[in-house]
Design a binder for this molecule. Structure first.
Ligand code: BV8
Length: 252
């Protein structure tokens, strides 16, 4: 697990950022973004479907893909990795959780301060107006239509080629630039601008930790690469921190 000096840096951190990707939800049974797609979707690559062009070309196909993913995430439960981040939020003076995931599992696990960079599967937008639609009638047409303008409805996620929500991205950039430790968990570190946040943190003097069973483009830049599943390593990290806290408690 984490070497003592780095654990000490984590224990003394005033502000920690956790950046998560699809890997933290893998142990909840939610396929990662770059897992080979299965069943009906085996012939498509996620990056090909998660674009405005794909939606305009095949609205029913893309809507159904997101409906299928929504059905998976609704059945999924947060796992020990999500729970460990809730525990770290309690153990640390300040934890900012930035996620690329759209599955809502961090909030369901109890994390409070979550920045969803790429939106959320449970939000629905009017494609033409770009506004949130909370209620609509399902008249059998797929995708359903906007009750206000009749435009196509779409999932409230950020597609490739679309800008991230401005305020959320700014909050994430400020957090990365001001944290003492950044923990990158379960992300292939390929998608920008999210993938740039750990290096921005490092440029501002933060310690970089990575939790991932495989190496990523970020790995050469981190202070410690914890190789393994988040569901195992994050609870161990929280336990190490708690034990260290216990040792420090009398002199606190
Ligand atoms: C934008 C929502 C301005 C939709 C997603 C700079 C350089 C290069 C390219 C670009 C750049 N700036 C912009 C781009 C283009 C593009 C991009 O980054 N392309 C990449 C692929 C080259 N970015 C954009 O288009 C972004 N928009 O920048 O706007 C702009 C506008 C026009 C033109 C240019 C710029 C928008 C990006 C957002 C796209 N939407 N999701 C949906 O979900 O359908 S991104 C999608 O990928 C998911 O959100 C996912 O989270 C994200 C990243 O994937 P990961 O989370 O990392 O998941 P992945 O499957 O890849 O990896 C899983 C990892 O987990 C693996 O490493 C695995 O080893 C690990 N793992 C597995 N099991 C476990 C585990 N880890 C721990 N425990 C386990 N048990």
């Amino acid at each position: 697990m984490l070497a003592e000096p780095l654990l000490q840096r984590l224990a003394e951190a005033r502000h920690v950022v956790a950046l998560t990707g699809a890997g933290i939800s893998a142990e909840s049974g939610v396929p990662t973004f770059r897992d080979a797609q299965t069943g009906l979707w085996a012939r498509y690559r996620a990056e090909e479907l998660a674009t405005p062009a794909a939606f305009l070309a095949e609205p029913r196909l893309v809507w159904d893909w997101y409906a299928w993913r929504r059905s998976l995430t609704r059945r999924a439960q947060p796992n020990a990795g999500h729970a460990a981040l809730v525990q770290l939020e309690r153990l640390l003076p300040r934890l900012t959780l930035i996620t690329q995931n759209v599955d809502g599992l961090h909030a369901r696990a109890g994390s409070r301060n979550v920045l969803e960079l790429h939106g959320n599967l449970d939000t629905t937008l009017c494609f033409d107006e770009g506004t949130v639609v909370t209620e609509y009638t399902d008249d059998g047409r797929t995708p359903p239509r906007c009750p206000r303008c009749g435009g196509l409805l779409r999932p409230g996620v950020v597609w490739f080629g679309e800008s991230l929500p401005k305020a959320t991205l700014e909050q994430a950039e400020v957090a990365a630039a001001s944290c003492d430790v950044l923990l990158s968990v379960g992300t292939s570190s390929l998608v920008h601008p999210a993938a740039g946040l750990p290096l921005a943190a490092k440029r501002h003097g933060a310690v970089l930790l990575e939790v991932n069973p495989t190496a990523t483009p970020l790995t050469p830049h981190v202070d410690a690469a914890l190789s393994g599943p988040a569901g195992l390593l994050l609870p161990e990290l929280a336990r190490q921190l708690e034990r260290l806290r216990g040792r420090l408690a009398p002199s606190d």
